[in-house]
Every structure is written in C-alpha cells, then in structure tokens.
Design a protein around this ligand. Structure first.
Ligand SMILES: NC(=O)c1ccc[n+]([C@@H]2O[C@H](COP(=O)([O-])OP(=O)(O)OC[C@H]3O[C@@H](n4cnc5c(N)ncnc54)[C@H](OP(=O)(O)O)[C@@H]3O)[C@@H](O)[C@H]2O)c1
Length: 346
C-alpha cells in the first residue's frame, strides 16, 4: 500500500462548452485528502475511464442523466484501491470499480462499488471489455441488432472501445462485418487484427461510394455510434427489415445546434417505413443490474479463448485527462481510452 498523499488532485468543470470543449473548460485543483467516518471507505484512483458520455454531462441540455455542476468534479468510472476502511464489507488494499470521478481520492459509503476478484489479471479491463463498453457492445448487438449468420453488419467507430467489440461479436455470430473508422491505420488494424471483412475510412473523399462497394449485399445490421455524414452514407444501403441499435451519435456531441433538421428526419422516417427498419435507442445502464453477470461471463470466456482482442489507449497522469478527453471527441484515441492516475498498480 502506498503512503497517503498530502493532497487530492481533482479536475472540475469550469464552464459549459458551446461546441468543442477546450482545456479552459476544466481546472485542476488541489484539496486535502478527505477523511472518512464510520461506514465509509477512502478510495485511491488507479485507472480512470474516459468516455464520450462525459460530453453530455458537461451540458445542461435535457438528457437521461443529470449534468455535472459547475465547480464539481468531473464524473467518471474508475478502478480504485481501498486506501482506508471504516466499512465492514471492505478491506484495505481491495480493488473496486466505482464512479469516483476525475480525482486521486474519493470517499464512498460502498453503494454502487463493485469489488474486483483478488487475483484479477488486468484490473483496467473492468472499465472496457469487461465493463460498461463491453456490456454496451454485447447488449446492443445481440439484443437489438439480432445478427443472423451470413448477414452484413456495419459498425461505426469500429476500432473504439464499443465498436471493436461489436464487430468481433458479430463475426463470432457468423456475420460479414464492415467497419467504419477514421484513418488507414485504424482500418488496417480492424481487418488485420480484429478479423473484420472490410473497413472504410470515413475521412476518405469518396467515403459513401467506398462504403457501398464494401457492402455489395446491402446492410442488415448497422450499429450506430457516430451519426452525421457516416449515418447519411449508411441509410441508402440499409436492407428491408434491417436493424439499427442506436448506441451513440458522437459526431453530434460537440454540435451546439443539437438535433438534426426536420427534413433529414422526415426523409429517414420514410426509409424506416418503406423498408420496415427497426431502430432501437438504448442506454446500457438500464440493463446493467439484470444482465451484467451473464454478459461479462460471455465476454471473459471469448477473451480467454482469444476469440476477441482488446486494445487500450493509456494516457499517463490525471493532469492529462482533459486533453485526452478532447482528443476522444476527435478520434485521437486508438482503443479504449483510460488514464493511469498513478495509484500504485497491483
Ligand atoms: N448507449 C450507451 O449506453 C452507450 C454506452 C457506451 C458508449 N456509447 C456510445 O458509443 C460510441 C462509442 O463510444 P466508445 O466509448 O467506444 O468510444 P471510442 O469509439 O473508443 O472513441 C470515440 C471514437 O468516435 C469516433 N469519432 C469521434 N468523433 C467523430 C466524428 N465527428 N465522426 C466520426 N467518428 C467520430 C472516433 O473514431 P474514428 O477515429 O474511428 O472516427 C473516436 O475514436 C459513442 O457514441 C458513445 O457515446 C453509448
């Protein structure tokens, strides 16, 4: 166990960005390490997860979750070590998954804190393939996408935390898989390492034509992570009775204008009608409690058997979280983005 530090570094929200967040949207503060009372634990952050949903928490526009208050610590999932305990269920040194935010230390009463097994080999995987993004990929694709052998599945943000798993699970289920990703290096990884049948760079000049060429039998399942021009290129290729698990719309998150214009929406609804398409928006936290044991067991066995590969993009130091997060919204990450916050690693 490391000696308790004198200070708690934490990153707070300074203002609500209009459009792209900048470094000025955040402030690094130092406070004293909080003390604990009976029934509480002191958590030391080891790994911090950076995720696109955090852009929504920076905004006070109506959403499915409350925004981070101005001046409050940025919200975030962590793998943390129990540094002090006055709680009967937690012992010093145990590793847990918590929502303890962008900071070195946090006090918890133990609710919504999940212990990791003592011999866990990759604790940070609990923030990715064996955590929220893994659950998202599995539930979204299998419950709502319902891929059938021989069908064509297309996934956007194909090399990211969620997308890389969606494509690999679709392959396991017998689909032909086409990824969409930003840049040649990401696409080469999707086909060379993840086993996708094709991958199209959404930054290429003739992206819609390339996507059409990669999907000669149309698209049966489109796993939507992105929206915008990627979505517009997908729509004409959708087959009758296709399914769209609507997981995210990251290309819109920095767009202060918000929802699409009425004409685009009307034209898409017409396509939904004439092709009898199923569009299913979902938020993974709705199903987490009921499904996590089953889903994480399946993902863990595929990982152990080498049937799915998983890539992390590790940023060192809490102070670098804001720039890494801004980069996530621009595709600078390559794999699941996590911050090594510097607690002594197990
Ligand atoms: N519904 C839920 O419960 C749920 C849960 C988790 C995640 N999500 C959503 O799933 C999506 C992926 O999340 P993740 O955690 O796996 O992130 P990620 O894919 O690891 O990282 C985000 C990726 O999005 C792509 N991107 C960013 N801006 C873009 C733009 N303007 N146009 C096209 N692509 C852009 C970039 O990939 P390229 O470089 O390849 O473009 C970037 O690397 C997000 O939309 C997120 O909100 C939803």
């Amino acid at each position: 166990m490391s000696a308790p530090a004198a200070a708690n570094r934490r990153i707070v929200l300074v203002s609500r960005p209009q459009g792209r967040p900048t470094l000025d949207s955040f402030r690094l503060e130092e406070t004293s390490v909080p003390g604990i009372q009976a029934g509480e634990i002191l958590l030391r952050t080891v790994w911090l997860s950076l995720d696109p949903y955090m852009r929504g928490r920076m905004s006070d526009a109506p959403s499915y979750a409350a925004p981070v208050e101005i001046g409050a610590v940025m919200t975030g999932g962590t793998v943390a070590r129990v540094e002090q305990s006055l709680h009967p269920d937690f012992r010093i040194g145990e590793l847990v998954v918590a929502m303890s935010g962008w900071q070195d230390y946090a006090v918890s009463k133990g609710r919504d804190v999940v212990k990791l097994p003592p011999a866990v080999s990759h604790p940070s995987y609990a923030l990715g393939v064996l955590g929220m993004p893994g659950m998202t990929a599995y539930i979204g694709l299998l419950d709502y996408g319902k891929p059938q052998p021989g069908e064509t599945g297309v996934v956007a943000a194909a090399t990211g935390a969620v997308g890389s798993l969606v494509g690999q699970i679709a392959k396991i289920k017998g689909s032909r898989v086409v990824g969409i990703a930003g840049g040649a290096e990401k696409c080469a990884w999707a086909t060379g390492q993840l086993g996708f049948d094709a991958c199209v760079d959404h930054r290429s000049e003739d992206f819609p034509a390339r996507l059409a060429a990669a999907c000669p039998r149309g698209i049966d399942v489109y796993f939507e992570n992105v929206g915008g021009k990627v979505f517009r290129a997908v729509v004409p290729l959708l087959n009758a009775h296709s399914r769209i698990p609507l997981c995210g719309l990251i290309s819109l998150y920095n767009d202060a204008r918000g929802s699409p214009d009425g004409e685009t929406a009307q034209s898409f609804l017409r396509t939904v009608l004439i092709k009898r398409i199923t569009v299913r928006g979902f938020i993974v936290s709705d199903t987490y409690a009921q499904r996590s044991a089953e889903v994480l067991a399946a993902l863990e066995s595929w990982l152990r058997e080498g049937r799915i590969k998983y890539r992390e993009d590790v940023v060192r130091g809490l102070e670098n979280a804001p720039s890494a997060f801004i980069g996530l919204m621009e595709g600078r990450n390559f794999g699941k983005l996590i911050v090594d916050v510097g607690g002594t690693h197990p």
